[in-house]
Design a protein around this ligand. Sequence first.
Ligand SMILES: [Zn+2]
Ligand SMILES: [Zn+2]
Length: 236
Amino acid sequence: MRKWWEKWFANPGFCPLCGSVHSTSNWGDIWDRLCPSCKARLHRIRPPCCSLCGRSWTSPSLCGDCLRHRSRDLERNVAVLRYTAYPKELMRLFKYRGREVLAEPLGEMMAEVLFEAGIRPEVVTYVPLHPDRMRQRGFNQSELLARQVARRLNLPLRSALQRIRPTLPQSRRSRWERMGALSGAFRLNPRSVGAVVDKRWLVVDDVYTTGSTLVECAKTLKRAGAKQVCSLTWAR
Ligand SMILES: [Zn+2]
Ligand SMILES: [Zn+2]
């Protein structure tokens, strides 16, 4: 039997992802507050995962890709869920249709997964957009996610990185061509010089595809003296 306060709060609530009304507690964790339809269309990445890139893997060791091309700059990536059809649709709404309220539930999932993975950064930052892209879109989705993650984990958020080269169309490039194309794409924000040294950093991005962007960000932070750089993405 439910306790009286559980009944009290288990009023019809709104699913934080699709907005549909359903019977839920407004006080549970993020996964408890999702409607059954959203929950069924999201596939969380469960252990065992690759200990570097965070993909589902047969054992908690390095996956084939990471064994072949291991980055010494990015210590570890953690991702919440698989980038299947529904997460792609949500990301489209978030990035291109201005559904910025999604930052809150997505950020909550990310903070929870990072905490469960035992990663304890000291400072949070995000993958920056090139100023041209920022002007087009009006906001940086990774920055909004990072803000939520930092708030939930009670950590400072810093705009530590700047993108100095625009993103080139990458879809037909191989992983190694992308790495080359991205080399030197970021630099340290001059205002963050000194703040980086000897700290454990977390870089937040929306989606992990090849990892080349996050590796490049990690490299920039490591060169500036960061002690450790991990990354966190909503999907991969
Ligand atoms: Zn829903
Ligand atoms: Zn891997």
